[in-house]
Design a protein around this ligand. Structure first.
Ligand code: IYR
Length: 228
């Protein structure tokens, strides 16, 4: 049991973070980078099942992300039911068809050309699980009163990042899919009025032979500026 104390009446507990000698810090940071650099967005999913426990652990990991005033303003909807997956696919493809054929600008379509995406979204039925991340614009207490959440977009973005890292760590793959508009998910999944869909993430094993676009990630000096 860790030591506890109260500050202004609020409970605190001692936090002991495992630390390492400097050489090990360097080595760990390098290894983690090299391993995270292997994460890729995948669109070719196997239908091989995944134990529910894995999905539970991935979501619990995402929910460890920091959030404004520790409100954890997110709901993860987990869809494995084939009928619901089919409904989601049909609704998403309808929106995506419109997007690719009339809503997206020529520049946007050109930018997507290297990814070779189109309005067909078979993975929404193939992947064993779809995780739909909803942000909670506000909370509702037991009497239905609105309670504020803070930095909701930032918080949910961080949780999404943790979710993708947890999926990668489990040896699974994901696709960060954002059909636009995605309001159909609110209705389809019967979500309350304080929740808005943010990310639709198919999770599974990759197909045995899977191809991803050859991408180059920006170098350190393209993404970092140091003020020493
Ligand atoms: N939502 C569409 C289009 C799309 C948009 C971006 I920005 C991407 O990085 C990839 C795809 C789709 O999912 O196909």
């Amino acid at each position: 049991m860790s030591k506890t104390k109260t500050i202004d009446g609020y409970p605190f507990e001692e936090y002991t973070k495992e630390t390492y000698p400097e050489a090990e810090v360097i080595e760990r940071s390098r290894q983690f980078y090299q391993w995270m650099d292997k994460r890729r967005t995948v669109r070719d999913f196997s239908d091989k099942p995944i134990p529910r426990e894995v999905i539970d652990n991935i979501i619990l990991t995402a929910s460890t992300a920091p959030s404004g005033a520790h409100k954890q303003p997110w709901t993860f909807c987990v869809v494995s039911n084939p009928d619901i997956k089919k409904e989601i696919r049909e609704a998403a493809e309808k929106e995506e068809y419109e997007s690719y054929n009339s809503r997206m600008s020529p520049e946007w379509l050109e930018d997507l050309r290297p990814l070779q995406t189109d309005w067909h979204k078979p993975f929404l039925e193939t992947a064993p699980y779809l995780i739909i991340v909803f942000k909670k614009a506000y909370d509702l207490d037991s009497e239905g009163n609105k309670k504020n959440n803070y930095y909701v977009n930032e918080s949910v973005g961080l949780a999404g990042g943790f979710l993708l890292a947890a999926i990668h760590h489990a040896g699974l793959v994901a696709l960060t899919h954002t059909p636009s508009p995605m309001n159909f998910l609110t209705k389809l999944l019967n979500r309350p009025t304080n929740e808005r869909p943010v990310l639709l993430i198919p999770v599974g094993y990759p197909m045995e032979e899977t191809y991803v676009p050859q991408l180059r990630r920006k170098s350190l000096n393209e993404v970092a500026v140091y003020y020493s």
